[in-house]
Ligand binder design. Structure first.
Ligand code: SAH
Length: 249
Protein backbone atom coordinates (compact mmCIF):
# COMPACT_ATOMS: atom_id res chain seq x y z
CA UNK A 1 0.00 0.00 0.00
CA UNK A 2 1.29 3.48 -0.80
CA UNK A 3 2.60 5.40 2.20
CA UNK A 4 1.01 8.75 2.90
CA UNK A 5 3.56 11.55 2.73
CA UNK A 6 4.57 12.70 6.18
CA UNK A 7 3.52 16.24 7.05
CA UNK A 8 4.93 18.58 8.15
CA UNK A 9 8.20 17.63 6.53
CA UNK A 10 10.98 18.01 9.08
CA UNK A 11 13.88 20.16 7.98
CA UNK A 12 17.30 19.27 9.28
CA UNK A 13 18.31 21.80 11.92
CA UNK A 14 21.97 21.41 10.99
CA UNK A 15 21.87 22.12 7.29
CA UNK A 16 21.45 25.79 6.53
CA UNK A 17 18.68 25.31 4.10
CA UNK A 18 16.76 28.35 2.95
CA UNK A 19 13.32 28.59 4.51
CA UNK A 20 10.78 26.61 2.56
CA UNK A 21 8.05 28.80 1.17
CA UNK A 22 4.59 27.38 0.93
CA UNK A 23 2.71 28.49 -2.15
CA UNK A 24 0.13 31.17 -1.43
CA UNK A 25 -2.54 29.30 -3.30
CA UNK A 26 -2.99 25.57 -3.28
CA UNK A 27 -2.76 23.80 -6.64
CA UNK A 28 -6.19 23.12 -8.05
CA UNK A 29 -7.44 19.77 -6.88
CA UNK A 30 -10.41 17.80 -8.11
CA UNK A 31 -10.73 16.18 -4.70
CA UNK A 32 -12.85 17.76 -2.03
CA UNK A 33 -11.26 18.67 1.26
CA UNK A 34 -11.01 16.02 3.88
CA UNK A 35 -10.16 13.06 1.69
CA UNK A 36 -6.43 13.55 1.57
CA UNK A 37 -4.45 13.76 -1.59
CA UNK A 38 -5.76 10.84 -3.52
CA UNK A 39 -9.27 9.46 -3.20
CA UNK A 40 -8.33 6.38 -5.24
CA UNK A 41 -6.08 5.22 -2.40
CA UNK A 42 -8.97 5.53 0.04
CA UNK A 43 -11.20 3.68 -2.41
CA UNK A 44 -8.71 0.86 -2.84
CA UNK A 45 -8.69 0.48 0.94
CA UNK A 46 -12.48 0.19 0.83
CA UNK A 47 -12.18 -2.48 -1.88
CA UNK A 48 -9.68 -4.42 0.24
CA UNK A 49 -12.16 -4.37 3.10
CA UNK A 50 -14.92 -5.58 0.79
CA UNK A 51 -12.67 -8.43 -0.37
CA UNK A 52 -11.88 -9.30 3.26
CA UNK A 53 -15.63 -9.46 3.89
CA UNK A 54 -15.88 -12.12 1.19
CA UNK A 55 -16.83 -10.11 -1.90
CA UNK A 56 -14.90 -11.44 -4.82
CA UNK A 57 -16.39 -10.80 -8.25
CA UNK A 58 -13.64 -8.99 -10.18
CA UNK A 59 -16.10 -6.80 -12.10
CA UNK A 60 -17.77 -5.68 -8.88
CA UNK A 61 -14.52 -4.96 -7.05
CA UNK A 62 -13.24 -3.06 -10.06
CA UNK A 63 -16.42 -0.98 -10.31
CA UNK A 64 -16.40 -0.24 -6.57
CA UNK A 65 -12.79 0.86 -6.90
CA UNK A 66 -13.64 3.13 -9.82
CA UNK A 67 -16.77 5.05 -8.81
CA UNK A 68 -16.03 8.09 -6.67
CA UNK A 69 -18.57 7.67 -3.87
CA UNK A 70 -17.54 10.97 -2.31
CA UNK A 71 -19.10 12.82 -5.25
CA UNK A 72 -22.54 11.52 -4.25
CA UNK A 73 -22.66 12.69 -0.62
CA UNK A 74 -23.01 16.10 1.01
CA UNK A 75 -19.71 17.87 1.57
CA UNK A 76 -20.08 17.50 5.35
CA UNK A 77 -20.13 13.71 4.92
CA UNK A 78 -17.26 13.39 2.46
CA UNK A 79 -14.98 12.05 5.21
CA UNK A 80 -17.30 9.10 5.65
CA UNK A 81 -17.82 8.40 1.96
CA UNK A 82 -15.61 5.30 1.93
CA UNK A 83 -16.67 3.87 5.27
CA UNK A 84 -18.98 0.90 5.27
CA UNK A 85 -21.99 2.88 6.30
CA UNK A 86 -25.21 4.12 4.78
CA UNK A 87 -25.44 7.92 4.60
CA UNK A 88 -28.33 10.39 4.31
CA UNK A 89 -28.92 11.81 0.82
CA UNK A 90 -31.86 14.08 1.63
CA UNK A 91 -35.66 13.69 1.63
CA UNK A 92 -35.35 11.00 4.31
CA UNK A 93 -33.50 8.58 2.01
CA UNK A 94 -30.07 6.97 2.29
CA UNK A 95 -27.28 5.79 0.03
CA UNK A 96 -26.74 2.08 0.79
CA UNK A 97 -23.59 0.77 2.46
CA UNK A 98 -20.83 -0.12 -0.03
CA UNK A 99 -20.92 -3.69 1.26
CA UNK A 100 -24.62 -4.04 0.46
CA UNK A 101 -24.27 -2.42 -2.98
CA UNK A 102 -21.42 -4.78 -3.83
CA UNK A 103 -23.23 -7.82 -2.41
CA UNK A 104 -26.41 -7.20 -4.41
CA UNK A 105 -24.56 -6.56 -7.65
CA UNK A 106 -22.43 -9.66 -7.08
CA UNK A 107 -25.64 -11.67 -6.73
CA UNK A 108 -26.85 -10.25 -10.05
CA UNK A 109 -23.60 -11.23 -11.76
CA UNK A 110 -23.53 -14.76 -10.34
CA UNK A 111 -23.74 -17.12 -13.25
CA UNK A 112 -23.90 -14.28 -15.78
CA UNK A 113 -20.48 -15.18 -17.21
CA UNK A 114 -19.42 -11.58 -17.84
CA UNK A 115 -21.16 -8.24 -17.99
CA UNK A 116 -24.92 -8.01 -17.62
CA UNK A 117 -27.18 -6.84 -20.43
CA UNK A 118 -29.98 -4.37 -19.64
CA UNK A 119 -30.51 -3.70 -15.93
CA UNK A 120 -33.43 -2.02 -14.19
CA UNK A 121 -32.74 -0.25 -10.90
CA UNK A 122 -35.62 0.83 -8.67
CA UNK A 123 -34.66 3.74 -6.40
CA UNK A 124 -32.00 5.89 -8.08
CA UNK A 125 -31.49 7.96 -4.91
CA UNK A 126 -28.28 9.92 -5.35
CA UNK A 127 -27.25 7.84 -8.38
CA UNK A 128 -24.28 6.05 -6.79
CA UNK A 129 -25.46 2.50 -7.37
CA UNK A 130 -26.52 3.39 -10.93
CA UNK A 131 -22.93 4.53 -11.55
CA UNK A 132 -21.55 1.27 -10.17
CA UNK A 133 -24.02 -0.70 -12.30
CA UNK A 134 -22.95 1.20 -15.42
CA UNK A 135 -19.57 -0.56 -15.16
CA UNK A 136 -21.02 -4.07 -15.04
CA UNK A 137 -23.94 -3.80 -17.47
CA UNK A 138 -24.50 -2.69 -21.05
CA UNK A 139 -27.49 -0.45 -20.19
CA UNK A 140 -28.86 0.80 -16.88
CA UNK A 141 -32.44 2.08 -16.50
CA UNK A 142 -32.85 3.66 -13.09
CA UNK A 143 -36.18 4.94 -11.73
CA UNK A 144 -36.75 7.31 -8.84
CA UNK A 145 -40.15 8.39 -7.45
CA UNK A 146 -38.95 11.59 -5.72
CA UNK A 147 -38.38 14.42 -8.17
CA UNK A 148 -35.81 16.08 -5.89
CA UNK A 149 -33.61 12.99 -5.82
CA UNK A 150 -34.10 12.25 -9.52
CA UNK A 151 -32.70 15.71 -10.22
CA UNK A 152 -29.93 15.33 -7.67
CA UNK A 153 -28.85 12.06 -9.31
CA UNK A 154 -28.88 13.74 -12.72
CA UNK A 155 -26.62 16.48 -11.44
CA UNK A 156 -24.31 14.04 -9.58
CA UNK A 157 -23.94 11.81 -12.63
CA UNK A 158 -23.31 14.60 -15.13
CA UNK A 159 -19.64 14.68 -14.15
CA UNK A 160 -19.17 11.00 -15.05
CA UNK A 161 -20.71 11.17 -18.54
CA UNK A 162 -22.07 7.63 -18.36
CA UNK A 163 -23.79 7.22 -21.70
CA UNK A 164 -25.36 3.89 -20.71
CA UNK A 165 -27.26 5.20 -17.66
CA UNK A 166 -30.86 6.28 -18.29
CA UNK A 167 -32.49 8.14 -15.40
CA UNK A 168 -36.26 7.99 -15.21
CA UNK A 169 -38.71 9.81 -12.98
CA UNK A 170 -41.68 7.62 -12.05
CA UNK A 171 -43.08 4.89 -9.87
CA UNK A 172 -40.64 2.00 -10.02
CA UNK A 173 -43.28 -0.41 -8.74
CA UNK A 174 -44.53 -0.39 -12.32
CA UNK A 175 -41.07 -1.18 -13.66
CA UNK A 176 -40.19 0.32 -17.02
CA UNK A 177 -41.79 -1.79 -19.77
CA UNK A 178 -40.01 0.05 -22.60
CA UNK A 179 -36.63 -1.35 -21.56
CA UNK A 180 -37.91 -4.88 -20.84
CA UNK A 181 -36.96 -7.67 -20.74
CA UNK A 182 -34.16 -7.11 -18.23
CA UNK A 183 -31.22 -9.38 -17.56
CA UNK A 184 -31.28 -8.06 -14.01
CA UNK A 185 -33.58 -6.05 -11.74
CA UNK A 186 -32.33 -4.54 -8.50
CA UNK A 187 -34.33 -2.61 -5.94
CA UNK A 188 -32.87 -0.23 -3.38
CA UNK A 189 -36.17 0.00 -1.50
CA UNK A 190 -38.03 -2.79 0.25
CA UNK A 191 -41.73 -3.58 -0.12
CA UNK A 192 -44.18 -6.03 1.42
CA UNK A 193 -44.20 -8.13 -1.73
CA UNK A 194 -42.45 -8.16 -5.08
CA UNK A 195 -44.44 -6.14 -7.63
CA UNK A 196 -45.80 -8.28 -10.45
CA UNK A 197 -44.41 -5.81 -13.02
CA UNK A 198 -40.85 -6.69 -11.98
CA UNK A 199 -41.48 -10.41 -12.43
CA UNK A 200 -43.11 -9.78 -15.82
CA UNK A 201 -40.25 -7.57 -17.01
CA UNK A 202 -37.48 -9.97 -15.97
CA UNK A 203 -35.97 -11.86 -18.92
CA UNK A 204 -35.94 -15.65 -18.95
CA UNK A 205 -32.49 -16.44 -17.53
CA UNK A 206 -32.53 -13.14 -15.64
CA UNK A 207 -32.27 -12.45 -11.93
CA UNK A 208 -34.00 -10.03 -9.58
CA UNK A 209 -32.54 -8.97 -6.22
CA UNK A 210 -34.68 -6.95 -3.84
CA UNK A 211 -35.19 -6.42 -0.13
CA UNK A 212 -38.66 -7.68 0.81
CA UNK A 213 -40.52 -8.22 4.05
CA UNK A 214 -40.67 -11.93 4.96
CA UNK A 215 -43.27 -13.84 7.09
CA UNK A 216 -41.38 -12.87 10.23
CA UNK A 217 -42.02 -9.20 9.45
CA UNK A 218 -38.29 -8.57 8.89
CA UNK A 219 -36.71 -7.38 5.65
CA UNK A 220 -34.48 -9.87 3.87
CA UNK A 221 -32.77 -9.98 0.50
CA UNK A 222 -34.90 -11.86 -1.97
CA UNK A 223 -33.43 -13.41 -5.10
CA UNK A 224 -35.70 -14.49 -7.95
CA UNK A 225 -34.42 -16.37 -10.99
CA UNK A 226 -36.65 -16.63 -14.02
CA UNK A 227 -36.25 -19.90 -15.88
CA UNK A 228 -38.08 -21.60 -18.77
CA UNK A 229 -40.16 -23.33 -16.13
CA UNK A 230 -41.11 -20.26 -14.11
CA UNK A 231 -39.66 -18.41 -11.11
CA UNK A 232 -37.33 -19.72 -8.40
CA UNK A 233 -37.19 -17.68 -5.23
CA UNK A 234 -34.65 -17.71 -2.42
CA UNK A 235 -34.49 -15.70 0.78
CA UNK A 236 -31.05 -14.57 1.93
CA UNK A 237 -29.77 -12.46 4.82
CA UNK A 238 -31.66 -9.79 6.77
CA UNK A 239 -31.23 -6.21 5.52
CA UNK A 240 -32.48 -2.69 6.32
CA UNK A 241 -33.66 -0.66 3.34
CA UNK A 242 -35.94 2.35 3.09
CA UNK A 243 -39.54 1.43 2.20
CA UNK A 244 -40.73 0.93 -1.34
CA UNK A 245 -43.58 3.38 -1.88
CA UNK A 246 -46.06 3.73 -4.70
CA UNK A 247 -46.72 6.86 -6.71
CA UNK A 248 -44.50 9.85 -7.32
CA UNK A 249 -43.79 12.93 -5.24
N1 SAH B 1 -29.47 3.27 -5.05
C1 SAH B 1 -29.62 4.47 -4.29
C2 SAH B 1 -30.27 4.20 -2.96
C3 SAH B 1 -31.35 5.17 -2.64
S1 SAH B 1 -32.41 4.73 -1.31
C4 SAH B 1 -28.31 5.22 -4.16
O1 SAH B 1 -27.27 4.71 -4.61
O2 SAH B 1 -28.31 6.33 -3.63
C5 SAH B 1 -33.80 4.08 -2.16
C6 SAH B 1 -34.55 4.99 -3.06
O3 SAH B 1 -35.71 4.31 -3.51
C7 SAH B 1 -35.07 6.29 -2.43
O4 SAH B 1 -34.52 7.37 -3.10
C8 SAH B 1 -36.59 6.22 -2.61
O5 SAH B 1 -37.19 7.48 -2.91
C9 SAH B 1 -36.69 5.28 -3.79
N2 SAH B 1 -37.98 4.62 -3.98
C10 SAH B 1 -38.82 4.09 -3.05
N3 SAH B 1 -39.92 3.59 -3.65
C11 SAH B 1 -39.76 3.80 -5.00
C12 SAH B 1 -40.56 3.54 -6.15
N4 SAH B 1 -41.77 2.93 -6.09
N5 SAH B 1 -40.09 3.88 -7.36
C13 SAH B 1 -38.89 4.50 -7.49
N6 SAH B 1 -38.10 4.80 -6.44
C14 SAH B 1 -38.54 4.45 -5.21
Amino acid sequence: MAQRPGFPIKLSTQAKAPPVKTPATKPASTHPQGLGLDSSTVRQRMVQKLAAQGLKHPLVLQAMGTVERHRFVESALVNQAYEDTSLPIGLGQTISKPNVVARMIELLLEGAGGKLGRVLEIGTGCGYQAAVLSHVATEVYSIERLKGLHEKARSNLRHFRLANVHLLFGDGMLGYPKGAPYAAIISAAGGETLPQAWLDQLAVGGRLVAPTVTHSGQQALMVVDRTDQGYEQSVLEAVHFVPLKSGIS
